[in-house]
Design a protein around this ligand. Structure first.
Ligand SMILES: *Cc1c(COP(=O)(O)O)cnc(C)c1O
Length: 430
């Protein structure tokens, strides 16, 4: 569900016409809907309300501090993967006790900063990392006893892109679930770090509930065993990766997940932590771009737009689908739903490509679109997660602005970069 809808052939973000924003701010531009963020957060909160649950929204999906701020105000905690993200979260005045810190390569500096900030849990990815956390906590920060969750690798395949699969044995994340007992036996009783939780994260963009259930059966068995071994396990962090509707109604809803997950946790005396990223952020934004040129090459028709892979890299990086449609259309072209196979009377097959000199600079290939012309606005939907956060300055392109719509008003929450920004850190040798 989201708040991007056509009215009389004109695309609106909540109550603001998208073409109005583009006229004032220019293109390309990321346009977010605040109501969509909060709707998604509240649906997850409600779905899990029968058990103690902390939702730690994954900052790397979409981390503008204005967004983090209203997420925090609405009860969200945060999943971070770097001290840079910790800085963002603190700037957003978040409750740092509701922050979890994952990542296979935390530096000493990052660990010290996170202990200082009083984060909720370090999600530990290896024995060496745990040893290092214990050593830092006991030498540098002896007055504090940080909490840690052991990230276990349940060897479950979420059946998504290999780049976003993280819970299989061959992946670099976590420790094999069979090794978890050994890790607890060796380090579980130290005085510097409270190892008292289990973490799993299967990967991103799952489309079914089953992998979570499979993983939960394994973590439940492990937790029972660890408790028998005499360890206190107070929390289970089930990670992120819940499906998002890149196509209308293709992902399980928060209720679909909770209906199967909650019964498996309810009687275990565990706090539940969830780390949703894409399932909250994906449908909160569109990337709007302008048609620069049309051209024909052999059998193919190209639509060349003013956004490029530096602005949104998901199609070439993950082969991911983004629904694309003009922001202003004849009534007969208003799409009923966002569907990779949508074809209407009068649409034509095109490739939507950017201006960068690489074959990988595309948003869609062989896609049915209503006829477009120079200066038309195209909306690239479901661009809220791993959109702006993965944007770069490749080709010395300035990164686009981020606009937040709230009801009938909008605010530029990040300015378009300038050429001066591009060279601001570059220095000539003396
Ligand atoms: C990226 C990540 C998430 C969020 O994943 P989504 O697919 O965006 O929900 C959650 N937890 C960890 C540890 C991650 O690395």
């Amino acid at each position: 569900m989201d708040y991007f809808k056509y009215k009389n052939g004109r695309l609106y973000a909540e109550s603001v016409a998208v073409d109005d924003i583009c006229e004032k701010v220019g293109t390309p531009v990321y346009i977010y809907s605040k109501a969509t963020f909060l709707d998604h957060l509240h649906k997850i909160q409600k779905a899990y309300s029968s058990i103690p649950t902390t939702i730690c929204y994954s900052v790397k999906a979409c981390g503008n501090i204005n967004i983090l701020k209203f997420m925090a105000q609405n009860g969200s905690g945060f999943d971070i993967v770097s001290a840079g993200e910790l800085y963002r979260v603190k700037q957003a005045c978040a409750d740092t006790s509701k922050v979890v810190f994952a990542g296979v390569g935390k530096t000493d500096q990052e660990i010290i900063q996170a202990i200082d900030a009083g984060i909720g849990y370090f999600n530990i990815e290896s024995e060496e990392e745990l040893q290092n956390l214990i050593s830092i906590a006991s030498s540098v920060k002896p007055d504090q006893k940080p909490k840690a969750a052991l990230r276990v690798n349940p060897d479950v395949d979420p059946k998504t892109h290999t780049y976003t699969t993280t819970g299989k044995k061959e992946s670099k994340f976590g420790v094999d679930i069979e090794r978890a007992r050994k890790v607890f036996a060796q380090f579980g009783k130290n005085n510097a770090v409270d190892l008292c939780a289990i973490h799993v994260h299967l990967g991103s963009a799952g489309k079914t509930v089953e992998p979570y259930i499979e993983a939960l059966h394994k973590t439940n068995a492990l937790i029972d065993q660890l408790r028998k071994d005499g360890f206190t396990i107070e929390a289970l962090d089930l990670g992120g990766g819940y499906g998002a509707d890149y196509e209308t109604s293709t992902a399980p809803s928060p209720d679909d997940y909770a209906r199967q997950i909650v019964p498996l946790i309810k009687d275990k005396g565990l706090k539940l932590i969830l780390e949703p990223g894409a399932s909250i952020a994906a449908n909160t934004a569109i990337l709007v771009t302008k048609v620069l040129y049309r051209k024909v090459g052999g059998e193919k028709k190209f639509v060349i737009v003013d956004a490029a892979m530096n602005d949104l890299i998901r199609p070439p990086l993950y082969g991911s689908f983004h629904f694309i449609w003009p922001a202003n259309v004849d009534e007969k072209f208003v799409p009923e739903k966002r569907d990779s196979k949508l074809r209407l009377d009068g649409t034509e097959k095109v490739d939507v490509v950017g201006p960068i000199c690489e074959g990988s600079d595309f948003f869609a290939k062989d896609r049915e679109l209503p006829p477009v012309k120079r200066n038309d606005y195209l909306s690239i939907f479901t661009a809220g997660a791993y959109g702006f956060t993965m944007a770069s300055n490749y080709n010395a392109r300035t990164r686009p602005p981020e606009v937040l719509v709230d009801g009938d008003s909008f605010t530029v929450i990040r300015k378009r970069e300038t050429y001066q920004d591009l060279i601001a850190q570059e220095k000539q040798p003396d």
